[in-house]
Design a protein around this ligand. Structure first.
Ligand code: ASN
Length: 495
């Protein structure tokens, strides 16, 4: 079979088990596709030797008939994950040359299951951005185009390389991370599926920290079934991350019955935004109809504190980032500035950090430091924390009232052109996260499902938000939506 790289995880797993294909052939097909995709700038480090060695080992394991679902499946890994002996730069110049001496728990879990690593994927610097344009490697490019217009579009961010690679079939699936929308927004922009699990479901150990109370990793895949399979392999308790939950990981795939009869789906009125494009409004209405036709009950709900979520996020996330990023001091990791005669340790810190961090990261460190400073702590940071508690309570109340899942748009627009956002006004970029940050602030699971295309043929996603720890139920509702939507569009190959 040719084009093995176009398979999804479930299909490839079944073919591997049936001995119709080998992991080495599957991996080689992905390596070839990745190699030929320079124009997308999705992979920033290729690891073919590791990939082929892992694929050979996987084939041997498959031959014994005792292999995990992920065994032999080639993946791309976001550059935010520490991978032992392999460059892990978090998209930043400050981590130039950094090769971790340890493996992140999530990549270790995937490798233990037999998965194959093709290489590292592009991302916004330290996961700060929504377009992949803050990356030190230059932006990743979406494989999608607006009709015949050849304007280069963003794959979204910060997991932009992951989204571009999955959408362009350079890998079967990829890891992503989501602090305020970084899995779900790029998934929506590229016609792929992205789930941010409940905070604590996946270990953060070895994932470069941005905002520790919000960061959570998850899979980015070609289907909901693939997301279920990969999430199960990534998740689980880890003694090395004190925020990781001591909960058993269910067999998520077994929960995909597609039966959502009697489920109550909430439609929050606060997510109707002024100036929302008609395409998005229409998609949301279609999503409601699809779930209703599948037997769910559609209920209007209110999440009254929604409008404060974005400002609260853009106080809390930079505050935590300013603390987390203090460790990049030129002593312990990566880049160190050349010093002039007479420079002391202060100059070393200042020069290293000025050279090593890009503009957006510097902006967030400054905002974070400001909102945590003695005179402003109460006015900004504490107020944002109180808002966060109210947002969490809004969700708790609707779930307590019997709502099973909440349906919203994933993004306020389709993918935009690279360079089209006004860099002078960061808030315009931040508005990309308006429908996704609430989920991180409340620690809930959220998934973006490709549901339709806009008037220019670009993919659009709807977001489903679930109860904490009920990813299985959420995935099943997403599966019902995916089945009803029947999204099959693919980008034409131009790269
Ligand atoms: N990391 C994320 O979830 C991305 C979000 N757009 C941010 O810039 O903070």
């Amino acid at each position: 079979m040719t084009d093995l790289n176009t398979l999804g995880l479930a299909e490839a797993r079944d073919k591997l088990r049936a001995k119709e294909i080998t992991s080495v052939d599957l991996t080689q097909a992905c390596l070839d596709a990745a190699e030929a995709s320079g124009a997308l700038n999705a992979f920033v480090h290729h690891t073919p030797d590791i990939a082929l060695a892992q694929a050979k080992a996987a084939d041997a394991r498959l031959a014994t008939g005792d292999a995990h679902d992920m065994c032999g499946l080639p993946l791309g890994i976001k550059d935010l994950f520490c991978t032992k002996g392999v460059a892990s730069q978090a998209g930043s110049a400050i981590l130039e040359g950094f090769k971790p001496e340890y493996e992140s728990t999530i990549t270790q879990n995937l490798f233990d299951a037999g998965a194959v690593m093709l290489g590292k994927l592009n991302m916004d610097e330290f996961a700060m951005g929504s377009s992949n344009e803050t990356s030190v490697y230059g932006n990743a490019v979406s494989p999608w185009r607006r009709g015949n217009d050849d304007t280069a579009l963003t794959p979204g961010g910060s997991s932009g390389g992951s989204a571009a690679a999955v959408a362009a079939d350079l890998c079967l699936a990829a890891t992503g991370t989501d602090t305020g929308g970084s899995i779900r927004q790029p998934a929506a922009f590229t016609g792929t599926v992205g789930i941010k699990p409940t905070y604590g479901r996946c270990s953060r150990w070895g994932v470069v920290a941005f905002a520790s109370s919000l960061d959570q990793a998850g899979p980015m895949t070609k289907s909901v079934r693939d997301a279920a399979i990969m999430l199960e392999a990534m998740a689980g308790h880890d003694a090395k991350d004190s925020t990781s939950a001591e909960l058993a990981v269910p067999n998520f795939e077994a929960m995909l019955t597609g039966d959502i009869r009697g489920k109550k789906i909430g439609i929050p009125k606060e997510y109707h935004m002024d100036g929302m494009p008609e395409d998005i409004e229409a998609l949301w209405a279609q999503g409601r109809e699809m779930l209703k036709a599948a037997g769910a009950e559609i209920v209007d709900i209110s999440l009254p504190h929604t409008k404060y979520a974005l400002p609260a996020y853009y106080v809390i996330a930079p505050a935590e980032a300013s603390s987390n990023l203090a460790r990049y001091d030129g002593v312990r990791y990566g880049h160190r500035a050349n010093l002039a005669a007479g420079d002391g340790i202060t100059e070393m810190y200042e020069k290293t950090r000025a050279e090593g961090f890009g503009h957006e990261v510097q902006r967030r460190v400054m905002v974070g430091t400001y909102v945590l400073s003695a005179g402003f702590y109460d006015a900004y940071y504490n107020r944002a924390r109180r808002v966060r508690a109210l947002i969490k309570r809004d969700f708790e109340q609707v779930f307590a009232a019997g709502i099973d899942a909440i349906l919203t748009p994933a993004t306020p627009s389709a993918a935009f052109g690279l360079g089209e956002m006004d860099n002078e006004d960061p808030v315009k970029m931040y508005l990309n996260d308006v429908f996704t940050v609430t989920v991180n602030l409340a620690g809930l699971p959220g998934i973006s499902v490709p549901t339709g295309v806009d008037h220019q043929g670009l993919p659009l996603g709807l977001q489903l938000i679930g109860r904490p720890w009920e990813e299985g139920d959420l995935l099943n509702t997403a599966y019902a939506l995916e089945t009803a939507a029947g999204f099959v569009a693919k980008p034409g190959k131009w790269w």
